[in-house]
Design a protein around this ligand. Structure first.
Ligand code: F0G
Length: 464
């Protein structure tokens, strides 16, 4: 392009060997062409190169992309764009939940749903995380953290709040370890309902509490555990007109079925061999079991994948019950785990969850906090990211593979239930806290001097 060496930002000679094309991942000469677009200075219209510092060689202004005009304009262009409607108004096309409306809530009118494009979450495949788990085939990961409020709860909440509106409820409420509270707060705001959320004081990750407050829910910090908060709420709801939207609410379960339905549809209704998921109050395990049983009964799938619910060791009453072959769940009075979302000692849905595990020939697991954090570090470093509870699924899967309970040849789907940014405190503590974890990526500090930064970056690039 003839801008030549003079346009380069000043740099000491030994840094000029940095090959920006190489840095961006392509081999020299193989960068995807910019044509028909051009990169121009918006001030003097000079062209500039497609590499940092993306500045005009003449005046230093930042460059902008300029595209050729489309073949038509005006009304013809409007008509052309209208032929691809953005499906703004019909949740049956915009929502990954309501598109299954006849399977989850045939009596609720989808057009009246309180919906914000929940669902339609990414389904990833990862060889790196399969290797972490000890599996030979790529691991499938359904990232429910990519829902509007950052967790799978939105799938249940869109249905639950729509139902509340249809019932004429004025106030909705839940007890929560954080994600249900955030989701309920958002959907109540959308639906014009009052929201009350009870959370264990000091036991909720900051991202979740921030959301519930910001969406306008009345946040009540209970001086006790999640289990205590739920028991208190149920007593209050027996006397006051509150529509409770914990996963004891059946409409919540219906919405959460769509995690499985959507994943099965994406896999052309060829089920994986197993589905691993984190388990707390066991609503999701129950919803998955229901979705699978119904999908089989409706002829959507021919065989059932095994359900693999995973609890944290310090909050694992369900796993202990299944391991012992006990008939009743013995609650854990003081549940403990770094994964605050699943810090639950008295899960409500244990009976239906146990049926789901049994019916699918599944297995449960319990994992330590160290295992959860290691799995989380692996998921995060794969570029996907999740909150601690979500990583329990991968940690548990790894254990089950190591124990021979899941064969290494299995095709497994792992559900990532919540977004990395839900719990920044735990992530920062792992990487930058006083006792960093084994896979920690510690931040480095430099004085505000060019030489110091150049030396550091050079060392970094030489690491290969
Ligand atoms: N993963 C995350 C991120 C969660 O927030 C939860 C539950 C679970 C897994 C477990 O699901 O309870 O259906 O077995 N969170 C609830 C809440 C308890 O209040 O947000 P479960």
């Amino acid at each position: 392009m003839g801008t030549g060496g003079a346009a380069r930002p000043p740099a000491r000679a030994r840094h000029q060997r940095v090959d920006w094309v190489g840095v961006f991942g392509e081999r020299p000469g193989e960068q995807p062409p910019l044509e028909p677009s051009r990169l121009l200075c918006p001030v003097c219209r000079n062209p500039g190169p497609d590499r940092p510092p993306y500045a005009c060689p003449a005046c230093g202004e930042l460059l902008e992309l300029v595209h050729p005009a489309p073949p038509v304009r005006g009304a013809a262009l409007r008509a052309r764009l209208a032929a691809r409607p953005p499906a703004r108004h019909d949740p049956r096309t915009t929502s990954g939940v309501w598109r299954f409306s006849e399977l989850i809530a045939p009596g609720l009118e989808p057009a009246a749903a309180v919906s914000q494009r929940e669902g339609n979450t990414p389904l990833y495949e990862s060889r790196a995380l399969a290797a972490f788990a000890g599996l030979a085939r790529p691991l499938l990961l359904k990232h429910e953290g990519m829902n509007p409020t950052g967790s799978f709860k939105d799938r249940g909440m869109t249905v639950g709040v729509s139902r509340a509106v249809a019932l004429g409820a004025r106030a909705v409420a839940c007890a929560s370890t954080g994600n249900t509270a955030a989701s309920l707060a958002a959907y109540a705001a959308l639906g014009g309902l009052r929201a009350l959320v009870l959370v264990p004081a000091g036991g909720v990750a900051p991202g979740k509490l921030a959301q519930a407050l910001a969406y306008g829910a009345r946040c009540i910090e209970v001086e006790g555990s999640f289990d205590t908060a739920l028991a208190l709420l149920e007593r209050a709801a027996a006397e006051l007109p509150l529509y409770v939207l914990n996963s004891v609410n059946p409409w919540r379960i219906e919405g959460q079925k769509t995690i499985v339905l959507e994943a099965l549809a994406e896999l052309d209704w060829q089920p994986p061999d197993a589905i691993a998921l984190p388990a707390g109050n066991l609503g999701n395990t129950s919803a998955f079991g229901k979705a699978l049983a119904e999908a089989q009964a409706l002829g959507l799938i021919e065989r059932l994948p095994r359900l693999l619910p995973v609890q944290a060791e310090g909050a694992a009453p369900f796993h202990r019950m299944l391991e012992r072959g006990a008939a009743e769940l013995e609650p854990e009075p003081e549940p403990r785990t770094v994964a605050s979302a699943i810090r639950i000692g008295r899960p409500r849905s244990w009976r239906r969850a146990a049926r789901a595990v049994r019916r699918t020939g599944g297995r449960s697991a319990a994992v330590s906090d160290a295992e959860i954090l290691e799995a989380k570090a692996a998921i995060d470093a794969a570029g996907l990211g999740c909150e601690p509870a979500s990583a329990a699924a991968l940690a548990g899967l790894r254990r089950l593979v190591a124990a021979g309970a899941v064969p290494a040849s299995a095709r497994v789907l792992c559900v990532l239930t919540g977004h990395l940014l839900k719990d920044p405190a735990t992530t920062l503590d792992y990487h930058a806290g006083p006792e960093p974890g084994p896979r920690a990526n510690r931040p480095v500090r430099v004085p505000a001097e060019p030489a110091a930064l150049l030396a550091l970056v050079e060392r970094e690039l030489e690491r290969g």
